[in-house]
Design a protein around this ligand. Structure first.
Ligand code: ZN
Length: 100
């Protein structure tokens, strides 16, 4: 990943979290799970928008996203990777966490 891509990724992640925190502070009665679900819905919507294949049915670059099922499979793989790389993937309160 290039420096520009890392910078863009860090900036977008920070701004997304900032938006969620701002929304939660502005709407104290809102459920954090609902806020997170709606942020995720927006992100998925944008991701799917960005992965529309071009009109060339022989395009190699678009082969992995040429159908809804392929796009969804790729999205699931990405979601798994991002979740597993998150600081919050494991929680000290996980029910399968070891307690001493
Ligand atoms: Zn293409």
């Amino acid at each position: 990943m290039s420096d520009l891509e890392q910078s863009l990724q860090a900036d977008l992640a920070e701004q997304t979290i900032s938006l969620a925190n701002h929304f939660a502070e502005a709407h104290e009665d809102a459920d954090l799970w609902d806020i997170a679900d709606e942020l995720l819905a927006g992100a998925i919507h944008y991701w799917l928008f960005s992965r529309q294949p071009c009109e060339n049915r022989a395009c190699d670059e678009c082969a992995d996203v040429a159908t809804a099922e392929r796009r969804q499979a790729r999205l699931r793989t990405l979601v798994d990777e991002l979740a597993e790389s998150s600081f919050y993937y494991h929680s000290p309160t996980d029910h399968n966490a070891a307690h001493s």
